[in-house]
Write a new protein. Structure first.
Length: 327
């Protein structure tokens, strides 16, 4: 197990550096430069203090070749220095540390909600194939896959916030709220809509994957043999069929974790949720190179960790995957 984990981990290292190089180059090839936001905030800055602007260009290494700038950035990033945000005027790490918990609350809550809903529906739909429930689930899944997340978010706001006035429209908390219980309940109400929208959008595709994967296993000879021997239905489904169907299911569910972080960009923007997705969007729009690169690299790390976690779960679920030198 340790050798398998070490091998998979070492394989991710060159991938990480390759992706970091691509991200750095693409961001720096965008029109403009990190001083764009400063010039927009103060158009007369160059005329008033050209020496200051030149000092800033030297600080951000804007006159150096791209490959040199990449290795300068990489050296600093590996030591924990992600640079200074030209838009927010604070260190990049301070911004990430402040926004990351908010995004984790949103994405983890949405991921758990989607899994809780999709797993039993997908299993029951496969067990009761070609039933009214199965057909209804299939139709709803196709509708859910077709609906864009931003449309679903706007409709939810109109219905639950504007029409029924049950939940807040946007933000993370109500200004001036006091009391531990009142603050907790207020933040929970602000969290409900974005979590539900982000989680339910993914439920439709998960249900289809779970149903398809389980149906393939249920048609196998050993499952029919277990039924013929009189093994209880629940034992056949959960011990024999579902366990063998979990490999593709784990692949989809684990590798969709980065989707939640990426999808948070749209959801956080619509609901004005102060998280990493909204921060990344503002960084790209504001030509804040250090912040944009750091946010995208964080998404890269999440993606690589999700792949590593999926590989490890494979070993725990399916003993046919050999662990050792030949793994």
């Amino acid at each position: 197990m340790k050798q398998y984990f070490l091998k998979r981990f070492l394989e991710l290292i060159p991938v990480f550096f390759l992706i970091s190089f691509i991200i750095f180059m693409l961001i720096n090839l965008m029109p403009g430069d990190p001083l764009l936001q400063m010039r927009m905030d103060n158009p007369r800055a160059v005329m008033n203090d050209p020496q200051r602007m030149q000092a800033l260009r030297e600080y951000y290494h804007l006159d150096d070749p791209l490959i040199v700038r990449y290795f300068i950035w990489l050296k600093s990033a590996l030591t924990g220095d992600f640079g200074y945000s030209s838009m927010y005027k604070v260190p990049v790490w301070d911004l990430i540390a402040n926004r990351l918990p908010n995004t984790l609350i949103l994405t983890i809550g949405a991921w758990i909600l989607g899994l809780i809903i999709a797993l039993p529906i997908g299993i029951y739909s496969a067990v009761k194939k070609y039933s009214f429930f199965d057909y209804s689930t299939t139709v709803m899944a196709f509708i859910g896959i077709s609906l864009p997340s931003f449309w679903f978010a706007l409709v939810s706001i109109i219905f639950f916030s504007v029409t029924l006035k049950w939940l807040p429209v946007s933000g993370m908390e109500t200004y001036g709220m006091t009391g531990t219980w009142n603050v907790f309940w207020d933040r929970l109400k602000h969290l409900i809509l974005p979590v539900c929208v982000l989680g339910l959008v993914q439920v439709a595709s998960w249900v289809r994957y779970i149903r398809t994967s389980l149906l393939e296993v249920l048609d196998q000879d050993y499952v029919r043999t277990a039924y013929a021997k009189g093994v209880p239905d629940k034992k056949v489904i959960f011990k024999h069929a579902l366990k063998n169907a979990m490999i593709p299911i784990v692949t989809i569910i684990a590798l969709d974790i980065p989707y939640f972080f990426g999808g948070a960009l749209i959801i956080e923007s619509i609901f004005s949720w102060p998280g990493m997705g909204r921060l990344m969007y503002q960084a790209v729009i504001g030509s804040d190179y250090n912040l944009a690169i750091s946010c995208l690299m964080f998404l890269t790390v999440i993606t690589l960790i999700s792949n590593l976690a999926a590989d490890l779960i494979y070993v725990l679920i399916d003993p046919r995957i050999r662990v050792g030198k030949k793994a």
